[in-house]
Design a protein. Structure first.
Length: 365
């Protein structure tokens, strides 16, 4: 299938000249035969996200959702909308755990990937599955969740040179895909950060378009965006890279359609646009701070006690399983791993910042 993707990219370049990196991503990831036509997430796929690392992530996230539900005056049911629901791992856990917390939810999963939509429809119970967020219409009393969605939405690339900032587009060199520098258009010039020669950044045009779409459908509610990147509005963190079979790839132009393409998100720019289109930015907090406030430390201590008790009772194999689970879960709060992700909470006007979120932000000072 990647040969078909490559041909479509080459045809687009030959027809119109070098294309933006955003168009390259659209064709490589979301076009016919693209990387997301199938379901690439999970232990047997190409990469994993927090819900795959340990199910306790879903439980802590659900505790956060309960707090948001309280501020929405407990609508029954609470509309929970997961955008970029992937293989349904997070949806399955939230649907399973919600009754245990006495949280009545109506769950919608939004996913562009046809393969992922099939997986979501096969869940029991099955969520309401849609291809686009706009299909859900006005959302009243809702919580929207996007876990590691924004980094995969198409972005454009810019680079600082001695002559100023230029766009890094995708063109052809000897019939191979190659980076081609070109001038900024008016839109990109307004969005691109200032860069010194040699510096690069991505402009998250896809993430910004998602925020505008979110603002158009969210009438009253919260949106929790979880991703990695920066929060200062000065460009992305880390270089553009890919993932294939859990390995990082530096050459994202090679064999398009066969690997993920991603880069850290400029969450500061996302928050600024959210404010401009009428949403409220409650500020970003690191995932490690959010999960700690929601109870990760207490759970980890309890698991450690269980492990010690099992060892004392001579149940070594059970103790080892507890240790392995606790070790996996520690990645969720490890600042060198998933703990470095950011949680960005947005809402419609007049909704307060929940206590757990204020506590997470306060733990940083």
């Amino acid at each position: 299938m990647s040969d078909l993707v490559l041909q479509r990219i080459v045809d687009a370049i030959r027809e119109r000249g070098p294309i933006s990196f955003a168009e390259f991503m659209e064709l490589a990831l979301y076009g016919p035969g693209g990387f997301y036509e199938r379901t690439p997430i999970g232990a047997r796929g190409h990469f994993v996200t927090s819900p795959h690392v340990h199910p306790f992530f879903a439980e802590l996230l659900l505790r956060a959702v309960v707090g948001l539900w309280e501020h929405l005056e407990r609508p029954t049911p609470l509309r929970v909308v997961e955008v970029g629901a992937g293989d349904g791992t997070l949806a399955a856990w939230l649907l399973r755990l919600a009754p245990e917390l006495d949280l009545p939810i109506s769950y919608s999963a939004v996913e562009r990937s046809p393969g992922a939509r099939e997986r979501l429809l096969a869940l029991d119970p099955s969520p309401d599955v849609r291809e686009q967020l706009t299909e859900l219409g006005p959302l009243e009393g809702a919580v929207v969740i996007a876990n590691e969605l924004l980094d995969n939405l198409p972005f454009r690339r810019v680079r600082g040179t001695a002559a100023g900032v230029v766009e890094v587009r995708v063109g052809l060199r000897e019939d191979r895909l190659a980076e081609v520098e070109g001038p900024l258009d008016e839109r990109l010039e307004a969005l691109a950060p200032r860069l010194r020669p040699g510096e690069e950044a991505v402009v998250p045009v896809g993430a910004l378009a998602f925020v505008e779409e979110l603002a158009s459908v969210l009438r009253r509610g919260y949106a929790l965006l979880i991703d990695y990147g920066t929060t200062n509005g000065q460009g992305s963190a880390g270089e553009v890279h890919g993932y294939r079979r859990h390995a990082v790839l530096e050459d994202v132009l090679a064999d398009p359609g066969s690997s993920d393409v991603t880069a850290g998100v400029d969450l500061g720019a996302v928050a600024a646009l959210a404010t401009a289109v009428g949403l409220v930015d409650h500020g970003p907090v690191p995932q490690r701070a959010a999960l700690t406030v929601l109870g990760f430390g207490e759970w980890s201590d309890l698991q450690r006690e269980r492990q010690a008790r099992l060892m004392a009772e001579g149940s070594g194999s059970a103790a080892v399983r507890i240790f392995q689970g606790r070790s996996r879960a520690s990645l969720l709060v490890d600042p060198a791993a998933l703990g470095s992700h950011w949680w960005l909470l947005l809402s419609t006007p007049s909704l307060p910042t929940p206590a757990w979120y204020r506590a997470a932000a306060g733990s940083l000072s």
